[in-house]
Write a protein that binds this ligand. Structure first.
Ligand SMILES: [Mn+2]
Length: 453
């Protein structure tokens, strides 16, 4: 069944590939619209690299989310081919009204009639074939499938960057992601080995590197530099030096002690050996893009994806450095403030400008570290003028119990003329500020029905 679904998805992607090739051949500039997170940026990157290799041209715009108004504005643009990456599956009808051909390369839940066919639109989305867009493939992967027919095995590494960014590879790598991984390994583009997964262990002193390690989460250490220092001191390890400066037996001791806290700290690591050192580790690559997106430096992120290795990379690394410090601050804030409890969900609320873009991420980490109740989804709310921007985050345990945040936020937002949707594990919505309490109550109710069946 999965094999068959995958087959249908690949066929659909090949259809998109033919359309893309046709337009490149006619020298049409390909108009790409993509999302501002690491998945969206790498998805656009895969597309741009593939088009360049064919001698084609592109024009990219990165947006935080696809609004109806934006799609309508595209009607005045005279491009012959639009490609929507990491978005678009909520608006196939609207997109089909563009007077041009379009490709949607998305992995979010599809809204509207799934079987409807359009003459000028090729819709590539795992959900259309009964696959799981949360675990099986991300937008960078769907983009890769779309250009796979043009010999792009060299892009398999970048195709997985987004999957890591969208947290699809925290447990086992499955489905299309696994297929892409295998293709990458066979082509010598991706390497797999086991290692201790301390983030930034080459760049930072050990206690800082430990405090910056969020995947996997280390209770009492992640997001807590003082906690990390104390942990090392208690075990007679120096904290001010870098990991590589530890003696061999000290490294072993550290490894053993960390495994006691979270066995996932020693795990498979995936790398792109041909890449420049800072981008070699696929997870690091995705973190750098994420930092670019969070700081609205979309051009920097995209430049990195299409091969700029000087200024853009330096700037990206700087942004990543600042970003990890702001995460530590954000987690500290959650630790102090806690969340507001409803029956089936919990929420956190901020008006702080700097914190707004981090709310989803720190919610996930808060669940992992169990400084937030790991048995209730977190609804993270940021106030912007007279609306609230909502990010919902949950974990695999809650998904197995039936939670689907994409559906819950989408339905609840509709009641207030807002918009919402996404994945079962991570979703978003925008609703009027005045309806905040009613909105959280409805989300609470929907999540209640999802888990009490
Ligand atoms: Mn995505």
């Amino acid at each position: 069944m999965t094999q068959e679904a995958q087959h249908y998805l690949l066929n659909r992607a090949d259809e998109a590939c033919s359309l893309l090739k046709e337009h490149i051949k006619k020298d049409h500039v390909v108009r790409i619209i993509s999302h501002n997170d690491s998945d969206g940026l790498s998805a656009a990157g895969v597309m741009c690299n593939a088009i360049s290799k064919q001698g084609g041209k592109f024009h990219v715009t990165i947006v935080p989310r696809l609004k109806e108004e934006f799609v309508k504005k595209l009607r005045s643009e005279r491009y012959k081919l639009f490609v929507f990456c990491d978005m678009g599956s909520a608006y196939p009808d609207l997109i089909s009204k563009l007077k041009a051909n379009s490709i949607i390369a998305d992995h979010h839940q599809v809204l509207g009639d799934q079987d409807k066919e359009y003459e000028n639109l090729v819709h590539v989305n795992p959900h259309l074939f009964g696959m799981d867009g949360t675990r099986d493939v991300s937008a960078s992967g769907v983009s890769y499938l779309t250009v796979r027919g043009m010999d792009n095995a060299d892009l398999t590494g970048l195709a997985l960057v987004g999957a890591f960014g969208d947290m699809q590879c925290n447990e086992e790598i499955l489905g299309v992601n696994k297929m892409i991984l295998d293709e990458g390994i066979n082509a010598g583009v991706i390497e797999e080995h086991e290692d201790i997964k301390i983030t930034y262990k080459k760049e930072e002193s050990i206690y800082k590197a430990l405090a910056y390690t969020f995947n996997p989460a280390l209770k009492g250490i992640s997001g807590d530099p003082d906690g990390a220092k104390a942990f090392l001191e208690e075990r007679g390890l120096s904290y001010g030096i870098k990991f590589d400066e530890l003696a061999l037996e000290e490294k072993d001791l550290l490894k053993e002690e960390l495994i006691k806290i979270n066995p996932k700290i020693f795990d498979k690591v995936y790398s792109i050996p041909r890449e420049t050192p800072a981008l070699r580790n696929i997870e690091d690559y995705s973190r750098i893009l994420d930092a670019c997106g969070k700081n609205k430096k979309y051009g920097v992120g995209l430049s990195i994806c299409i091969g700029e290795r000087d200024n853009a990379l330096d700037e990206g690394l700087n942004l990543a450095k600042k970003y990890r410090d702001s995460l530590v601050k954000g987690i500290n804030w959650i630790r102090k403030e806690g969340s507001v409890q409803l029956d089936n969900i919990q929420y956190i609320y901020t008006e702080d400008k700097a914190r707004k873009s981090l709310m989803g991420t720190i919610s996930s980490i808060g669940l992992d570290l169990e400084i937030l109740d790991p048995n209730k989804p977190v609804i993270a709310i940021s106030k912007m003028d007279n609306i609230i921007k909502v990010s919902g985050r949950t974990n695999m345990d809650m998904i197995r119990r039936g939670v689907n945040l994409g559906y819950a936020l989408g339905e609840a937002a509709k009641s207030f003329n807002g918009a919402g949707g996404g994945h079962n594990i991570a979703a978003g919505a925008v609703v009027p500020f005045k309806d905040m309490d009613n909105f959280t109550d409805i989300v609470d109710e929907i999540v209640g029905t999802q888990t009490h069946q």
